[in-house]
Design a protein around this ligand. Structure first.
Ligand SMILES: C=CC1=C(C)c2cc3[nH]c(cc4nc(cc5[nH]c(cc1n2)c(C)c5CCC(=O)O)C(CCC(=O)O)=C4C)c(C)c3C=C
Ligand SMILES: [Fe+2]
Ligand SMILES: [Fe+2]
Length: 343
């Protein structure tokens, strides 16, 4: 019997340093997130980052936490239930980090009689720290605990036409009543090193002006290319002028070079360049979360206004919007009936 496993990143159990610390520990000790040898990761994560970050992160989580819990978890659950309503097969939800484990979700599927699973990492783009780690962890859990289960994985869907359409519609809808000078596509950042590591050719990704628009097999795993391509396709779909749109990358840790331009630098720069009315969209996330609700909708807004901006709007993620739910349900139906997966 077939079934679906949706996987998102996860959140701490509560917005307190006590619960944020073990969550960040699991997240940052992932070798695909802080990709250095274990001894060094221990020093960087446990000896440095976890000494101060849990308190700071907990304060940020407190600003966005809902009565029902973490927005990322609550929205993912709503999405799961709505997708399930459109299908005749079980749909379960797991998180890469934190309490709602992937193993527990696979067990839930097994208990419902499922032995043929469609794994859906809830990320439009490929990154070793997001998409890849979900796939690797799910395969490890499957091999160790559910060896008779078959798992098929949905590829990154950043260029799927139905996904692009719902994203473009969301932007058009969000900007109906908002006069803007510019739209910023702010994607979650990753260290530049991760781009090179994920390049199977080992020479294509130079992280310059040309590489991401020069055809290459490397783009199957190039987060930077996939982000730029999403923006390009959305602009084409909207039929709007590309002059008023640009890309940036948010949320970085210190020391390494991360993908540029950095969102916070752009927010400070824009008002000086005459951009006073700004809309920001965050397409690396399908559900709103700390990084969109706090970093972009709150901190980003303050930064832009303090730098001289006048009006600012964060367009929410696709969340549990009906058109997005239907797109996902249709992808599952294609897999169920024709073994076709979207690209
Ligand atoms: C697009 C998906 C994501 C990628 C790629 C990604 C890479 C990445 N993230 C960190 C460090 C942190 N990220 C944090 C929060 C966070 N990250 C994502 C998604 C991606 N991260 C989401 C959805 C969230 C929000 C989770 C929520 O509960 O709402 C955090 C925790 C918060 C904080 O302290 O700022 C950290 C830390 C690294 C190092 C990395 C790639 C190397
Ligand atoms: Fe992150
Ligand atoms: Fe590139």
């Amino acid at each position: 019997m077939k079934g679906v496993l949706l996987v998102n990143l996860g959140s701490p159990d509560s917005p307190t340093p006590k619960d944020v610390k073990p969550y960040l520990d699991e997240f940052l000790m992932d070798e695909r997130v802080i990709d250095v040898p274990l001894w060094l990761r221990n020093i960087i994560v446990r000896g440095i980052i976890l000494q101060t970050r849990p308190k700071k992160s907990a304060e940020a989580y407190q600003k966005i936490w809902w009565d029902e819990g973490s927005p990322l978890i609550v929205i993912s659950e709503r999405f799961q239930h709505k997708v399930a309503e459109q299908l005749d097969i079980p749909v379960v939800l797991g998180m890469r980090y934190g309490s709602m484990s992937i193993k527990g979700a696979l067990q839930e599927l097994r208990d419902k009689g499922v032995d043929d699973v469609l794994l859906v990492p809830l990320y439009p783009h490929y990154a070793m720290s997001s998409y890849e780690t979900v796939v690797v962890k799910t395969m490890e859990d499957q091999e160790a605990h559910f060896p008779d289960m078959r798992i098929t994985t949905l590829p990154p869907f950043y260029k799927n036409k139905d996904y692009i359409k719902v994203l473009a519609d969301k932007i058009a809808d969000g900007l109906k009543d908002f006069e803007y000078d510019h739209i910023l596509f702010s994607y979650h950042g990753i260290p530049e090193r991760h781009i090179r590591k994920s390049d199977p050719t080992k020479f294509h990704c130079k992280i310059n002006d040309q590489c991401c628009s020069t055809n290459s097999v490397a783009h199957n795993t190039c987060y930077r290319h996939q982000c730029f391509d999403t923006t390009k396709r959305v602009i084409q779909e909207l039929g709007w002028s590309a002059d008023k749109m640009s890309n940036s990358f948010q949320s970085r840790l210190p020391n390494d070079p991360w993908l540029k331009p950095y969102t916070d630098f752009e927010l400070e720069r824009f008002p000086n360049e005459g951009i006073k009315r700004l809309a920001v969209i965050t397409p690396a996330f399908v559900s709103d979360c700390l990084e969109t609700l706090e970093e972009i909708a709150m901190e980003g807004k303050d930064q832009f206004l303090e730098a001289g901006g006048e009006t600012y709007k964060h367009i929410p993620c696709l969340n549990d919007d009906k058109p997005w739910v239907s797109v996902m349900a249709n992808w599952v139906k294609d897999w169920e009936t024709k073994e076709i997966l979207p690209m």
